[in-house]
Design a protein around this ligand. Structure first.
Ligand code: SAH
Length: 252
């Protein structure tokens, strides 16, 4: 059996209990070496075969899984954050299904959640934004039409931009083209939850300059929106005058 496991954002104690337990049982671990904190591999049992997928093709990854399966072994495919976000797991699952190899998926704490924690921020502030757009700049990987940064910027929703730390000149241009004011608050969170985590607050128009000064060009998330500002409405859920299924509101 193959288990796709979300490793979490970096800190070894931010993996789920289920993920940790599978790492402890695994006979073979294939981990995404460019991003997964190697400290997580310390959960592996003695004799476990550990492969770094950074230098492997999809075919090579599948072939390791296939061989392990033939020997009745337990394989963990360890992906950073949550496997469903830019994890390239669909293509692996489709091939495994075709080959009749059983698999399951264990979710993880995505880096966008760890970034909010590092910022001590809430993405969905009442009166500010009730939507979070997870996206990326177009780089060598194309982004479909109508899903470009400028298209989403027009909504003024909270934006979490992955895989784009090296493309910030273009990013800040696209954000402004789409309608964000240059003064809109923004942040760069580098290696959220790792010991070397860094949080840089800036504005849309100073993203590139801030990253350059800080020497950040990878393993970072870019956060954009007024959720990083100071104004918001109180939640209705905890408003004394608001009645809902679990509480009777009191008139002021
Ligand atoms: N599945 C992962 C994302 C993989 S794509 C997740 O859920 O987080 C890789 C990109 O994720 C990086 O380029 C970077 O933008 C972001 N990333 C991954 N780990 C990060 C971390 N600890 N801190 C900040 N950004 C991170």
């Amino acid at each position: 059996m193959v288990h796709f496991v979300g490793a979490g954002p970096g800190a070894p104690d931010l993996i789920t209990l289920r993920g940790k337990s599978l790492l402890e049982q695994a006979d073979v671990i294939i981990y995404a070496g460019s991003l997964v904190n190697p400290a997580l591999l310390e959960y592996a049992k003695e004799g476990c075969v550990v492969k770094n997928s950074a230098s492997m093709t999809l075919e090579e990854v599948i072939s390791v899984m296939e061989q392990a399966e033939a020997e009745g072994k337990v394989t963990v495919r360890l992906h950073t954050g949550d496997p469903s976000v830019y994890g390239a797991i669909r293509e692996q699952m489709d091939i495994l299904a075709e080959k009749g190899i059983a698999f399951d998926v264990v979710p993880g704490v995505s880096s966008f959640c760890a970034a909010a924690a590092a910022l001590q921020a809430e993405y969905t502030l009442p009166g500010v934004s009730q939507s979070v757009v997870i996206t990326r700049m177009e780089g060598r990987t194309p982004v479909p039409d109508r899903q470009k940064i400028a298209d989403y910027a027009a909504h003024q929703a909270t934006m979490v931009i992955f895989l784009s730390a090296g493309l910030l000149e273009g990013l800040q241009e696209e954000l402004q083209k789409g309608g964000y004011d240059g003064q809109t608050p923004a942040a760069i969170v580098y290696k959220a939850s790792w010991p070397e985590e860094r949080v840089c607050r800036c504005t849309v128009s100073t993203l590139a300059e801030t990253a350059k000064t800080q020497g950040i060009d990878k393993t970072a998330l870019i956060l954009v929106g007024e959720f990083l500002g100071s104004a918001y409405d109180r939640s209705l859920l905890y408003d004394p005058a608001f009645t809902h299924g679990y509480r009777q509101g009191k008139r002021k």
